[in-house]
Design a protein around this ligand. Structure first.
Ligand code: SF4
Length: 472
């Protein structure tokens, strides 16, 4: 679906490279491949072995970086970040990598995910004298590292990481090394790659493909990986907990050409579409998917049901990201600018519209309306995930429970509100089984909290939702 017109947003993408003379350029291309994970800000920090050099700004990757800026970023190590700015957390000071200079050595951090105990830790740190410069929970990690009582720098980082709760997939850069860490539940994807002798890290494997690197392996939950002139060493900062990767990475966020733990995202989405067609049989003339993330599931639905797949909706790729739509009227107009129905495909047809999720329901209502205005005689909405009934505390901006349509309405009430002729969601079991993870010793390998309300970590009383991420 279109990130611009919905309230379900990923927070970040992380990339890093160590041991390549074109580190900044490769990071730039890696961030390009991760652009779908955040469009509000981008940054790169490089090291030449002596100093860390940052370039960052608000906007898209190609708006923030120019060839001239990249050419000045010499060095063989770099980390980068793309960011989705949450309300209360926007502003250049929050664009990552966050860079911290001190006489004992500098460090830069790129972080994907949301800490559930950030406020708790921040209160504690402030009582010890820390002064925070940003509203990002990532800054907590830097303060914990600097304040750790350990002598050895690597032990300081490990000690700091062990105090964090929630979701964190991190790349940390110092003058002399790059460090990689993933939270003990493995809530976010993070992979290691190789390009010649250089080591890479990325939120998604599509970032390796774009720079010609090979995928080596996924980072394991609780791992702490050190990359420096000696090569790569793998240690741990925590024992792994039950694996709980974010299910929405498969359903919606990740690029279809990425693999998460060996499972291709497009292929998994197709299986979800096939399973939907097994769970609900609908008499219709044509199947269409909401671009881009629902196309794979729509193809799967079509294959299983035998109803032809057609491009019933087209995404206008050149609508400005910053288009401001203050009124309801203008918002309606905005959707028409971003999505267009193909009249010749849907006119006079009974249409099955496959989408990946429903958050508030406003987008679904607009799309159903678009299809009906274009002549569809019936619009059946089928969703390739279960109803989202609970907020996400791990870095996905799913709004509060009050705004989630499925938290407050039955499926029939939702159908009525979006104006569809029928509305069907995929079952939790159907989703999990068809993504197809096999995690020994784990119930299913997934976080399902937004569907089931069972959170894989403790939730603290002062845990903030991503869009409320403003320290008080
Ligand atoms: S609550 Fe939902 S969106 Fe958040 S990490 Fe879990 S599965 Fe992903």
């Amino acid at each position: 679906m279109l990130a611009e017109i919905r309230s379900l947003n990923e927070e970040c993408g992380v990339f890093g490279i160590w041991g390549h003379e074109n580190a900044s350029q490769i990071t730039y291309y890696g961030l390009h491949a991760l652009q779908h994970r955040g469009q509000e800000g981008a940054g790169i920090v490089t090291t030449d072995g002596e100093t860390l050099k940052p370039v960052k700004g608000e906007g898209l990757v190609n708006e923030v970086f120019t060839p001239e800026k990249l050419a000045k970023m010499a060095g063989t190590g770099a980390i980068g970040h793309v960011r989705y700015a949450t309300a209360g957390g926007s502003g250049i000071e929050n664009v990552q990598p966050l860079l911290f200079n001190s006489t004992t050595g500098s460090l830069a951090i790129s972080h994907n995910g949301n800490l559930v105990n950030a406020n708790h830790l921040k209160d504690h740190l402030e009582r010890q004298g820390s002064i925070f410069q940003t509203t990002s929970d990532t800054e907590v990690l830097a303060h914990l590292i600097k304040r750790s009582g350990y002598e050895n720098f690597e032990e300081k980082i490990k000690n700091a990481l062990s105090l964090l709760k929630g979701a964190f997939a991190c790349a940390i850069l110092t003058e002399k090394a790059m460090y990689i860490a993933l939270d003990p539940n493995g809530l976010r994807p993070l992979s290691i790659g190789k390009l010649g002798d250089a080591w890479l890290v990325a939120s998604e494997t599509c970032a390796f493909d774009i720079v010609g690197a090979e995928f080596v392996r996924a980072v394991e939950p609780g791992e702490f990986i050190i990359v420096d002139k000696e090569g790569m060493r793998v240690e741990r900062f925590a024992y792994p907990n039950e694996r709980s990767i974010c299910t929405m990475e498969y359903v919606y966020f990740s690029r279809p050409d990425s693999d998460i733990d060996g499972i291709n995202v497009h292929t998994a989405r197709k299986r979800l579409g096939k399973q939907l067609a097994k769970e609900v049989q609908i008499d219709a003339d044509v199947v269409t998917g909401v671009p881009d993330s629902s196309i794979s599931a729509a193809i799967g639905y079509s294959e299983e049901s035998g109803i032809p797949y057609e491009l019933g909706l087209i995404k206008n790729r050149y609508v400005g990201r910053t288009f401001i739509q203050p009124s309801q009227d203008l918002r309606e107009q905005g959707v028409k600018m971003k999505l267009s129905p193909v009249r010749q495909v849907v006119d006079g047809k009974r249409v099955i519209m496959v989408d990946d999720s429903i958050v508030r329901g406003t987008t679904s209502r607009r799309i159903v309306k678009l299809l009906k205005e274009a002549g569809a005689t019936e619009v059946h909405v089928v969703i390739s995930s279960p109803p989202i009934k609970n907020p996400c505390f791990y870095g996905i901006d799913t709004s509060t429970s009050g705004e989630l349509i499925a938290a407050n309405n039955t499926v029939e009430e939702m159908r009525e509100q979006i104006g569809a002729d029928s509305l069907t969601f995929l079952s939790v079991d159907g989703m999990v089984q068809n993504i197809g993870r096999t995690d020994p010793g784990s119930k299913c390998g997934h976080c399902l909290a937004c569907f089931t309300g069972e959170y894989p970590t403790d939730i603290y009383p002062d845990t903030v939702l991503p869009h409320q991420k403003e320290f008080s």
